[in-house]
Ligand binder design. Sequence first.
Ligand code: DON
Length: 304
Amino acid sequence: MDPVTQLLEDVLADVRGEDAGAVADYIPELARADASRLALAVTGPAGGTIAVGDADAEFSIQSISKPFVFALVLDALGRDEVLRHVGVEPSGEPFNAISLEESTGRPANPLINAGAIAVTGLVPGTDLEERSARIVAGLSAFAGRSLTVDEDVYASESATGERNRALAHLLRSYDILHGDPHVSVEAYFRQCATLVTVTDVSVMAGTLAFGGRNPVTGEKVISARTARDVVSLMTSCGMYDGSGSWLLRVGLPAKSGVSGGILALAPSQFGVAVMSPRLDVHGNSTRGRLVLERLSDELGMHVF
Ligand code: DON
């Protein structure tokens, strides 16, 4: 076994016995996840990816989609236009908080739900089908393969998504969302229900780490400046109200999702993804955090 694969296997073996946290159950389809699953992948600058553990297991991307959709609209509309609709400040609050600026209604940042729904509202498309197709195509370009939506997860998100729906209507009342809020929030549910593996997420992380160029396909998916903006945002806001301690302990820009995935990256060096469904109180994977803490230490990757 080559030394990198050995290191990744060792890290997984070290955390496999940890069983703290609980699988997200506020969306019925997520509650069905196999809590024992654990997978890790790393992607280097030439696109080589090493994946270990349950690397073929698919899971819904959830909030890990948020920085990528933000990247797509930043690239399409420019920073000034996008920042008129959403801020870039840490909210210090949970992912589903109603963190809106008092005078303008601008959500604190694009990585909490309110901000992500505002950003999804900026994706061109007159109806749900068109907007959702654009989002899935965009996420696919980052992953380097054609991704699909898990229709059961989407239906489950939509059936239980009253808080997100309320956020969308609030955003519409402030004119942050234009048009029918239903289209934006349903497109957001479909975005969260897009299926990925750790290898996909690792390649997506790599695309951000290497200035917007997908290291596997060679496609320039977003500009280097957009990639830098998104990585900066993930550094301050990627782990919600756990972002400060994450930066201290792991020291890598990252983004988590409630299905147990965490994406992280070392700028210009590698993209990484880990998946394990049990979550801590902030909604971040417990074993995922331990894996990345170990990896960051072993490889001396803390950015500071
Ligand atoms: O908005 C929601 O409820 C979810 N579908 C996505 C949230 C998510 O992944 C939050 N992250 N930890």
